[in-house]
Every structure is written in structure tokens, then in C-alpha cells.
Ligand binder design. Sequence first.
Ligand code: FMN
Length: 262
Amino acid sequence: MITVNKELCRGCLACVRVCPFTVLQAEGKMPELKEGKVCLKCMHCAAACPASAISFGDREAVLDQELPRLSEGFKEELEHHIMTRRSYRHFKETPVSREEIQHALELASWAPSAKNQHPAKWMVVDSKDTIEAMMQAILEYVKETGTSPEIASEYEEEGNNVVMGTAPILILCYARNNAINSPQDVAIAMSTAELLLQARGIGTCWAGYLTRLCNAVPKLQELLPELPENNSFYGAFMAGYPEGETYLHIPQRLKRADIQWV
Ligand SMILES: Cc1cc2nc3c(=O)[nH]c(=O)nc-3n(C[C@H](O)[C@H](O)[C@H](O)COP(=O)(O)O)c2cc1C
């Protein structure tokens, strides 16, 4: 629970102005916690407080680090990074350190989520044997059930794996089904993670087939740790260091933003 240290508080009421659900309200010149209101624990109040007067129970509500200044060229570099992000499907066998992946996934926690619920959880598969067994289970399933026949035909006739490319790592993202906005929250966390991973030279490709199959194929579920009850996979990435995929140009986007100003 948020607490305001009245001895440190300067009464600027910045915390009151940024609180999204009026949990903090002004009593005269001081902020007061309003009884019966639900705090999102977004820590906006603490992030805006110039006196560091707000804490969260016995924990600090903000990180003990300087607010970084954006560098001169940041705006252009960010735009460039967004336009040069690509879907990579061909990877080196060279392993990516778990720390690198973990760092990106942890930073993705700063992505927004509905009511600050952050339902997205990660399962990272970096065992070659498990990945191969998963692909075999998928091939058996799609042939048996006639699901997405292009998966088997591309794999067997063209040597093209549309489910996982040649990825040495699969990053699966699951969430509870009863969060307010699990599909969107997962997509936002994953998009954030993708930009972070690609900034570190780690190639990724969203794996929509794999996501659907992880929820549908019983044998895949046996190969992976069991999900908590009422949880589902909402997204997945192929990941690894790209091999033989070098992009020299920014591709044209045939469909651009369709915007109506009202
Ligand atoms: C939700 C989602 C699911 C996708 N699933 C697959 C997939 O299963 N296999 C695949 O090869 N690419 C998949 N992609 C990648 C798209 O084909 C790719 O984003 C698109 O062709 C544009 O290329 P770019 O990401 O390099 O700009 C998926 C992308 C998204 C956003």
C-alpha cells in the first residue's frame, strides 16, 4: 500500500494530479489516501514526487537511479529502429546467453498493461532436444488432424519450417485468461521485448502458428511445464542470432496507417 511521509512531503500535490483513480486527494495542501478506492500500484505518485515522500509498504516505490536523459539523435534512432526491425527466421546455432534474454524480458515489464495487471509471463525454451521434439509433435498433430496443411508441406517438400524457422530459442508468452486484457497486454509486452531484443542483435519472429499449436496440441503440453489453471499461450517468438539474413533496405509498407481525423 502507498504511504506518504508527511514529514518529507512539500505539499506540491503533484501526486494528486497524476493519480489515475483519485486514490490520492488533496486535504488542504496535503495529499491524503481516500478510503475505499482501488490503487493500481502504478507508482505514478512516487515517480512525480520531488521529495521522495512516497513509498510502497517497506519497499521503495521508485528505482534508485537517475532519470536518464535522451541523447540528441534518439528520436531519429528510435524511428530507424522501428523501421529496420524485421522478422528473422534463419538463425545461427550459437547460443544466446540467458542473461541477455532475461534482461530484455524484465525490461518489457515497463510496458503498459490494463489496470497495471501485467498478466504476461514467459516460458523460454532453449533446449535443442525439446525444440526438436516440439516440432515432431506438431508435424504429427497437423498431419493427423489436417490443421494448416502448409505446415507439413512446407517442412517436408521445401525444407521450410514456418512454425519455428531454425530458431535455437522459443520465447512463449502466457497469461491468465481472466485478466482484463490478456491478449493486448501480452502483445504490448512482446512488442516491447522484440524491440529490445533486436536492439541487442537478437533476431526474432512472431510465431502465430506456434502460439495456436501450444494451446491445441496435447503432446506439446506434455513437453512443456504445465500452465497454471485458466492460463493460455497468447504469443510466441522464434529467437536467436540471425544467419544469412541481412537487410540492406527498409521495405515498402503497402498498407500504411489509415487515419480519419474526426
Ligand atoms: C501475431 C503474428 C503472428 C505471426 N506468425 C508468424 C508465423 O507463425 N510464422 C512466420 O514465419 N511469421 C509469422 N509472423 C511474421 C509476419 O509474417 C511478419 O511480421 C510480416 O510478414 C512482416 O514482416 P516484418 O515483421 O519483417 O516487417 C507473425 C507476425 C505476427 C505479428
